[in-house]
Design a protein. Sequence first.
Length: 310
Amino acid sequence: MKEDSRIYVAGHHGLVGSAIWRELQRQGFKNLIGRRRREVDLLDIAAVQKFFAEIKPDFVFMAAAKVGGIHANNTQPAAFLFENLQVQNNLIHAAYQAEVRKLLFLGSSCIYPKLAPQPLKEEYLLTSELEPTNQWYAVAKIAGLKLCQAYRRQYGCDFISAMPTNMYGPNDNYDLESSHVLPALIRKFHDAKTSFAATVTCWGTGAPLREFLYADDLANACVFLMQHYSEEQFINVGSGSEITIRELSELVKRIIGFKGEIVWDESKPDGTPRKLMDSSRLFALGWKPKVNLETGIRMAYEDFLSKQLR
Ligand SMILES: NC(=O)c1ccc[n+]([C@@H]2O[C@H](COP(=O)([O-])OP(=O)(O)OC[C@H]3O[C@@H](n4cnc5c(N)ncnc54)[C@H](OP(=O)(O)O)[C@@H]3O)[C@@H](O)[C@H]2O)c1
């Protein structure tokens, strides 16, 4: 990528897209293109093709998708499957037609089978059954990475895919109906602190192990991959470190300054006992994350507070 390359970030207002945008600006790229959904609806193939014909992007980062936690996935299976398939089909096909030089598709760790060995290596894809709660989203993401591989094989397109672990950071979704675990904990502990509640109830036993990556680290990895990676094989992007949900809850409680107790509602499901990506393929290319979990949560909470005040 050159300083004046035309770079389109799809979903540039979301958690990941806004981080990619900041990272590209930080690295001096001057010709960034972004559109909100109300300007270009990526579900509409004619609108997407017209947009690509107008802007003629050289590079595309695909951070637009329908994203959500367990509850949202479970209650809107059709929307998760249809919208994700549609958005990625439209973007990938339009990028091929507009002769985009390179495209990065973003998937997720939920592409891996529910009972795959840990840590999750890229070769475990499609070796057994998916986690049923988010299978709709996972099937769409698997189709997306396969589509990139297919366009590479049939048309020689330089389309690559990255599978990030759980993300958090500025511009995250803090709506408890649709958010992921870390932003949900930030919201719950913040609300409990400001309403002087005595307790915060968390789901399950707190025993599951999870991995988290700060969004700016993912953004840095995406720009790195766009510049240094050109393989059909998709690639994991994680931090390489894991924490129990119980330890994570204690950490968020401490950062936010909530003085009450945590109550564990063991009638609620725990989910997969452990979910850690094996990111050694990416680390071997020379990329490493920079932001540790405590620092990242502090920065995410500052961003959350700044938006509450507006
Ligand atoms: N969050 C995570 O923990 C996580 C983990 C692994 C992978 N990922 C992947 O990272 C990518 C981005 O996720 P995110 O967390 O940044 O999601 P997000 O914060 O919800 O942002 C998604 C963006 O997609 C745009 N979008 C969705 N549907 C659209 C449509 N029909 N037309 C135009 N724009 C549309 C939205 O634009 P508007 O704001 O204009 O509506 C929004 O800005 C996804 O592919 C996701 O699978 C996320």
